[in-house]
Design a protein around this ligand. Structure first.
Ligand SMILES: Cc1ncc(COP(=O)(O)O)c(C=O)c1O
Length: 421
């Protein structure tokens, strides 16, 4: 049965009529190779369009087909073409996996039904009762809920620490730790963790480093080049980018880790379905372009908010006033799409603003082409205990803006009228 990326991708390639750009990443290739297969290093824009694609072997249709099938005919007992049952692998999903691995500069990827399904599979693959995890204090609320309310019942301990602080992270690693889970920038405070430093500290303590790269994507941040062992994505966000699917991915350069992840995914039945995988293959084609424009628009809006008399605080990593601006320049290639801010009049004024926008959508998501405004305390982070929210700086008045691809002057117009409310 095909459970590893190698087996899955080998078969797809045998069926492929495409040349080597679409060849599977080769296990054991030197790290740093963007995973484009047997050939030259292609740039990110090229990989986003081509890596992993398989033209339809019978018609030549350019787009990877949606292999909407549960099962696969076998040639003889014990002889299959690498796919046996779509819970363990599916050619459309494999094409997406090859593309995401290539974009992150890694060899292996497994895709999941949601981002949280990916986090769950990660934990079930790597943890056992009595194990301990160190996690950034400010992370997506669903990640906190999974550790606190589900995995704790199975004897897994998660310690939430300020991973931006070298001292706090080093201290927390004094006890045996299976992995460090960081989100940088953190959702929604946008506090950064130094990935290179976190990797060194984690590895010194014999722990793995897992980086949730959802907020920046490989277009703006390259965790493997800084020492990460596993990269996680909610592909629901910028990777797919169009508010059309939910999905997740775990990417690694380590064949053994990949095997463990693929085993867990099959065992718990968390794989992505072919249609969302196909939509994600289309969405990700424009990822580098979108991330550049998201960042440009966000910088524009952050500067506008900074100058507005009713705005009391603006956090945006691309602003020179951002407290970790130097780290941002070292670790990211742009500021990203997210802005956190507070307005005069506290929580009530913030809520009035969010209820008054017309073009921005008041919604729970981020990372879409459309601009989304969110109240983390009552929406995305409502399940995080107040004490942890306060310690992480997620105040009740904090407004999160995921800046989209609209013309920024239209977005500013919308915020101007909403800030008058
Ligand atoms: C940074 C981050 N990681 C993971 C997730 C979970 O992803 P999903 O909603 O696809 O399950 C989210 C969701 O908002 C997120 O923002």
């Amino acid at each position: 049965m095909a459970t590893t990326q190698e087996e899955i991708t080998r078969t797809s390639d045998e069926e492929s009529t495409e040349p080597s750009l679409t060849a599977p990443p080769q296990p054991g290739r030197p790290s740093g190779d963007p995973g484009a297969g047997l050939l030259p290093r292609y740039e990110l824009e090229t990989l986003a369009l081509h890596a992993g694609a398989i033209a339809d072997p019978t018609t030549g249709a350019m787009l990877t087909p949606i292999y909407q099938t549960t099962t696969y005919r076998q040639e003889a007992v014990g002889r299959d073409k690498g796919f046996t049952y779509s819970r363990s692998g599916n050619p459309t999903v494999s094409a997406l996996e090859r593309r995401l691995a290539a974009l992150e500069g890694a060899e292996f990827c497994t895709c999941y039904a949601t981002g949280l399904a990916a986090t769950t599979a990660l934990c079930l693959a790597l943890l056992r009762s009595g194990d301990r995890v160190v996690c950034s204090q400010a992370v997506y609320g669903g990640t906190v809920r999974l550790f606190r309310e589900v995995l704790a019942r199975f004897g897994v301990e998660a310690e939430f620490v300020d991973t931006a602080s070298e001292l706090a992270l080093a201290d927390s690693l004094a006890k045996p730790t299976r992995f460090v889970f960081i989100e940088t920038p953190a959702n929604p405070t946008l506090k950064l963790t130094d990935i290179y430093l976190a990797a060194r500290l984690a590895h010194r303590a014999e722990a793995l480093l897992v980086v949730d790269n959802t907020l920046l994507t490989p277009a703006l941040q390259r965790p493997f080049e800084l020492g990460a062992d596993i990269v996680l994505h909610s592909t629901t966000k910028f990777i797919e980018g169009h508010n059309a699917t939910v999905g997740g991915a775990l990417i690694t350069r380590d064949a053994e880790l990949q095997e463990q992840l693929a085993f867990a995914r099959n065992a718990i039945g968390a794989i992505q379905s072919p249609f969302p995988a196909w939509l994600t293959l289309q969405g990700v084609k424009t990822l580098p372009l979108r991330m550049a424009r998201h960042s440009e628009n966000a910088l524009h809006l952050a500067r506008f908010l900074m100058a507005h008399e009713r705005v009391t605080k603006v956090v945006y990593p691309g602003l020179e006033s951002f407290p970790q601006f130097e780290l941002m320049q070292r670790q990211q290639s742009a500021g990203g799409a997210l802005i956190a801010f507070e307005v005069k009049g506290g929580v009530e004024a913030g809520i009035r603003l969010m209820n008054s926008v017309r073009l921005c959508a008041l919604a729970e998501n981020l990372g879409a082409s459309e601009t989304i405004i969110t109240h983390p305390a009552s929406m995305t982070h409502a399940d995080v205990p107040r004490s942890q929210r306060e310690a992480a700086g997620i105040t009740d008045g904090l407004v999160r803006l995921s800046v989209g691809l609209e013309n920024p002057s239209d977005l500013i117009g919308d915020l101007v009228q909403a800030l008058k409310s």
